[in-house]
Write a protein that binds this ligand. Structure first.
Ligand code: ZN
Length: 381
């Protein structure tokens, strides 16, 4: 067994209606002006007003930045950072999916240490603590509330850059499944599969250890049992609760163990073609699972048992998991090929080059070269 260590240095509160604990948390931060970061959809639905009202109960002032798009850009980070400075904010509350949370982390870096977020690309470049930050995920999900990563799109080079530092972790997280009940079916499906991919990739990759295994297995149990029910009816609060918790556990798993080929390959698809992260992952998952089957050490059978209606028997072969995943993503209404979401063959070589820069390739269970990545993209077309 490899040596390992872990720390989950966050205050995580789970429960339906738990957003009412937000004022208590803001008080703990001892700040008088808070920037709320979110997307236009949640703003239109009045969700951000609910959040500012809760914060204002503490006597603190609030301001909002609600222009965060899917695959958020470097420009968005800087606009949000300007809003933070102009309003003399002292803390951030991010509410939404992975995009607002990733932007909040990047804003935290830029307003604390200056310069452009591009200067902090990679691991260990963030000098120290960032501004106080509370995260409230509304999708299940990216797991961004418990991960040390901020993924930002640099349009000048069609590249999704990653800033990695444990300093990016929000100090407080509210997991309130009631926010998930208004999630559109397509988002519920794609982000739910993304959470599954986090659990699966951290579970089968070379960095896995008993702590990651424990988090990933519980995540897969929760997600596998509930993803169909949740996509069918997002107002099913039991299913929403399980999905949100499963997504957070999967996030904790990969925060300590990285991912694999699926994520390495999904980021360039988002960078070049603006395909939503969850959708790109869901399309690439069966193709990469098929490729990795050769390296399976028995975990494919366990994953199959978590996500399938029936349990595997002695006749199980890894390819059965690949088929099961294909059936699952199809039944959830996720596109099956990269061509369907607008990806074109001419960018495969460049995308493969970018995928190879990802630290996730190095821990993938089967050794992967640029040629392999090109072949996998072609298969996914
Ligand atoms: Zn992901």
């Amino acid at each position: 067994m490899k040596d390992f260590s872990f720390i989950v240095p966050q205050n995580i509160t789970f429960g339906a209606g738990s957003v009412k604990k937000l004022p208590e948390m803001v008080k703990e931060l001892k700040v008088s002006n808070v920037l709320v970061i979110s997307g236009p959809h949640l703003n239109k639905m009045g969700v951000t007003d609910k959040i500012t009202a809760l914060i204002e109960e503490t006597g603190a002032k609030t301001c909002k930045f609600t222009d965060v798009e899917a695959n958020p850009s470097v420009e968005t980070v800087h606009k949000a950072a300007d809003a933070y400075k102009e309003n003399q904010a002292e803390a951030i509350v991010a509410i939404g999916g992975g995009s607002p949370m990733d932007v909040a982390k990047a804003v935290g870096v830029v307003v604390t240490y200056g310069g452009s977020i591009t200067e902090y690309e990679g691991g260990g470049k963030v000098p120290g603590e960032i501004v106080p930050f509370i995260a409230i995920p509304t999708t299940a999900g990216t797991g961004s509330e418990v991960t040390a990563f901020s993924v930002i799109t640099d349009h000048s080079r069609n590249y999704k850059l990653t800033v990695a530092s444990q300093k990016l972790l929000p100090s407080h997280v509210i997991l309130d499944p009631e926010f998930l009940t208004s999630c559109p079916a397509g988002t519920a499906a794609a982000s739910g599969v993304d959470a599954m991919v986090h659990a699966i990739e951290s579970y089968i990759n070379k960095d896995c250890n008993p702590f990651i295994e424990a988090m990933a297995e519980k995540a897969l149990e929760l997600l596998g049992e509930n993803i169909r029910k949740f996509v069918a009816d997002r107002t099913n609060i039991e299913a929403a609760s399980a999905m949100l918790l499963g997504s957070t556990f999967a996030g904790i798993a990969f925060n300590f163990g990285r991912l694999g080929d699926v994520h390495a390959m999904a980021h360039p698809v988002g960078g070049f073609f603006n395909v939503a992260h969850g959708t790109a992952n869901a399309i690439l998952l069966p193709v990469c699972l098929e490729y990795n089957a050769l390296a399976d050490d028995g975990k494919y059978k366990k994953i199959y048992d978590y996500i399938s209606y029936t349990k595997a028997d002695d006749s199980f072969v890894p390819e059965m998991l690949v088929e099961e995943v294909r059936k699952l993503t199809k039944s959830l209404g996720i596109p099956e090929t990269l061509s369907e979401v607008g990806v074109t063959e001419d960018k495969i070589s460049q995308m493969a080059e970018d995928a190879m820069k990802s630290g996730n390739i190095a821990v993938n269970p089967r050794i992967t070269t640029k040629k392999d990545v090109e072949m996998l993209y072609k298969k996914a077309m």
